[in-house]
Design a protein around this ligand. Structure first.
Ligand code: PSU
Ligand code: MN
Length: 314
């Protein structure tokens, strides 16, 4: 433990560093969805596919994780396999789940962990990355009045300048309350070709969004306007619905979600375990259909993020 004081522990891969130095498009990807959000061995296939989709879109992928106390931005194949490989089923990963507040203890302890949206957004922005793709954001949980369970994603996104392309917030959450909180926190929300906030597994949540963009170039224009306005940084949420043909059947979704929430309460699941528990319950009780909708949503987000990063880079 003899690190020179003041040395920043961030490790940016050579490929990502080179792209950033040349103002080439880069898309950050999180690792919690790989280690805790998707069951193995599918999780590694998806992790690799997402990186390929970013490359096919002309951008460089930068998956973020903490390995032996070093936050990495950009993983090589072996590192990606390590993040995915220690996972057995969703919610049973051998890797810790690290939110933004967990980064300093993990670095000091030399620990490894997968980064959530909050930790990924923080580290990616530190590295100079402007665009990040994920599945669904964390948010305000339905039983908030009793538990005050609200993802740290929201508060962190109020403090970093990064565009987060997502399919809304996970539908296991209280969607209207989450949108309200984003408004309070001053985090911009842009519907991508939709006037309705998407519902993660579902294309629609029934909640309106105030602004709509029709193309990646329009989104890039909003990012440039944010840059030009300056002031305290905040994220921009680009809400990109899963294609209707690939969404989960809404009736099945509502039925199984009600069972999942009841199981979570009766089994006494709390804290960081809640989100992986609910996601895993849905996968098991929809015969994998929720997994397909989840993966379809993330794919669409990654493709769009590569387009936005490319439009922003010119
Ligand atoms: N979206 C997914 N799967 C996931 C997550 C989001 O499709 O696994 C993860 C993200 O990493 C997000 C985290 O930051 O869940 C939120 O967890 P919590 O509610 O404990 O803050
Ligand atoms: Mn929580």
């Amino acid at each position: 433990m003899s690190k020179a004081s003041g040395e920043h522990p961030l490790v940016v891969s050579d490929e990502v560093r080179e792209a950033l130095d040349r103002s080439r498009p880069v898309v950050a990807l999180e690792s919690t969805i790989i280690a805790h959000g998707l069951p193995g061995p599918r999780n590694l296939q998806v992790a690799e596919e997402l990186e390929e989709l970013v490359r096919a879109g002309g951008a460089v992928p930068a998956t973020v994780a903490v390995l032996d106390g070093r936050p990495h931005v950009g993983l090589d194949k072996a590192q990606l396999a390590h993040v995915a490989g220690v996972a057995r089923a969703a919610g049973e990963s051998g890797l810790r789940k690290l939110g933004h507040r967990d980064l300093a203890p993990a670095v000091a302890a030399g620990a490894s962990g997968a980064t959530t949206v909050s930790a990924t957004a923080f580290l990616a922005a530190r590295a100079g990355i402007r665009v990040f793709a994920t599945g669904g954001l964390g948010g305000v949980h339905r039983e908030w009045a009793q538990t005050q369970d609200e993802s740290a994603d929201l508060h962190l996104l109020a403090r970093v300048r990064i565009a987060v392309v997502c399919a809304g917030v996970k539908s296991v959450l209280d969607v209207p309350a989450t949108l309200q909180r984003l408004e309070t926190l001053g985090v911009g929300v842009l519907g991508f070709r939709t006037t309705e906030f998407p519902g993660f597994y579902l294309s629609r949540s029934g909640e309106p969004v105030g602004w709509t963009a029709g193309s990646a170039a329009e989104v890039a224009g909003v990012l440039r306007a944010q840059d030009a306005l300056g002031g305290p940084p905040s994220a921009l949420i680009v809400a990109n619905p899963v294609p209707a043909a690939e969404q989960l059947d809404p009736a099945l979704h509502d039925r199984v979600l009600a069972q999942a929430l009841a199981a979570c309460a009766s089994e006494g699941v709390t804290g960081q375990a809640v989100t992986p528990f609910l996601l895993d319950y849905l996968v098991r009780h929809t015969d994998g259909a929720s997994l397909e909708a989840n993966v379809a949503a993330v794919r669409g987000n990654v493709r769009l993020a590569a387009e936005i990063a490319t439009a922003y880079a010119v």
